[in-house]
Design a protein around this ligand. Structure first.
Ligand code: ATP
Length: 372
């Protein structure tokens, strides 16, 4: 089922939680609503579910306008962060619940319910635990029961609110795979809320990045990560190094340094901030102050195939972060305390039109700091 959200707004008192949200979700897509705390993700999910009414705008499921239809009739499956399983019911009864409470005419027979619940428990590999109570399960197992329970009623739309938020990193990862598998198997449209960028990048077909009740960008994981349209998205979706300066002759000038900007065909003679991911920073022992930044290595994280290098710029004292393959690190023989030249291989330029004025102020939180 496709979902179309048309200019939806929602306020709580004087606080505008959602502002003119436009979003289209195609049938069978797994979409992540990603953003910081308070950005409106849960509010949007609740409006789609019908648990909250929009003040303005409309919502369509396929071609049906469901804006005024109540939550029950929208037939969506819901999974919450806190398992919300019935404590006094076994795993089997929890999954069967949605089927048993259907109006008599739609309710499947006892045998049919049994077959269906066993199929679902088989799917989430919990068949052997059918007679256990929620308290006798691990957090990951409980969330798998919650997924099976939501799917039992064959929803066309599955909505998940931070479904794995309460679990540890390893279990979260495992459950992501489950979600992807179940989503594909049931061919439903799923929307899940998360503030975890890695989770969204890993599992979603499409990511909707939200900030202060608005959508900043919609795109595939590759699009939003590799081609962020706003400084907020750049910053929210991973570590980033900032280079402040003035655009001149296709270069970003700061003090004596003039950094190359590959493919820059934009405006000249303007204040700007260049953004570069740590893996787009090159490090060398040889270089010149003219076109590279001199920095001191303050820390090396050598675990794993990629070495993370923390540096402090000599001229500005800004913090920088680089990532290089371990092989290259060995070849260079880098040590903490050493001075090296660094150059961004890619610089995404944002000009004052894109940036709030504060970004240019000394000491602003964006001032060359990595805060992903
Ligand atoms: P989190 O990741 O912390 O759950 P979120 O992005 O899901 O955040 P929402 O829960 O949608 O954010 O909340 C958006 C804003 O709306 C917040 O500032 C919140 O305080 C406010 N808000 C949400 N629900 C209500 C409510 N029922 N009454 C008043 N304000 C609300």
């Amino acid at each position: 089922m496709s979902i179309v959200i048309n200019s939806v707004s929602k306020a709580f008192g004087t606080f505008q939680a959602l502002e003119k949200i436009n979003l289209e979700i195609h049938t069978g897509e797994l979409v992540a609503l990603l953003g910081p705390s308070g950005s409106g993700k849960t509010s949007l999910l609740r409006v789609i579910a019908g648990l909250e009414a929009a003040d303005k705008g409309s919502i369509f499921f396929d071609s049906e306008n469901i804006t005024g239809i109540n939550a029950k009739e929208r037939k969506v499956g819901f999974v919450f962060q806190h398992y919300a399983l019935f404590r006094h019911m076994t795993v089997f009864d929890n999954v069967a619940y949605g089927l048993k409470v259907r109006p008599r005419k739609e309710r499947p027979g006892k045998k049919e319910i049994e077959i269906k619940v066993h199929e679902l428990l088989e799917l989430v590999k919990l068949k052997d635990l059918a007679n256990r109570y929620p308290a006798q399960l691990s957090g990951g197992q409980r969330q798998r029961v919650a997924l099976a329970r939501a799917l039992a009623v064959e929803p066309k739309v599955l909505l998940l609110d931070e479904p794995f938020g309460a679990l540890d990193a390893k279990v979260r990862k495992e459950l992501r795979r489950w979600l992807r598998r179940l989503h594909d198997e049931f061919q439903i449209s799923s929307i899940f809320v998360t503030h975890d960028q890695e989770e969204a990048l890993d599992v979603a077909d499409k990511i909707v990045v939200m900030n202060q009740g608005k959508i900043e960008q919609i795109g595939t994981p590759e699009e939003v990560y590799d081609n962020p349209q706003t400084p907020f998205v750049y910053d929210f979706l991973g570590s980033v190094n900032l280079f402040r300066g003035r655009l001149k002759n296709g270069k970003l000038n700061q003090g004596d340094v003039a950094l190359e900007i590959p493919d820059w065909e934009g405006l000249d003679n303007l204040e700007a901030v260049g953004y570069a991911r740590p893996h787009d920073i090159s490090i060398s022992r040889e270089g010149s102050n003219d076109d590279a930044v001199l920095a001191t290595i303050s820390h090396l994280h050598i675990v794993g195939p990629i070495v993370q290098i923390e540096l402090i710029r000599k001229d500005t004292n800004d913090y920088l972060e680089a990532e290089i393959p371990k092989e290259k690190y060995r070849r260079l023989g880098l040590n903490a305390g050493e001075e090296v030249f660094i150059k961004p291989k890619q610089l995404k330029i944002f000009t004052p039109e894109d940036l709030s004025f504060n970004l240019f102020k000394e000491g602003s939180m964006y001032n060359g700091k990595n805060h992903a």
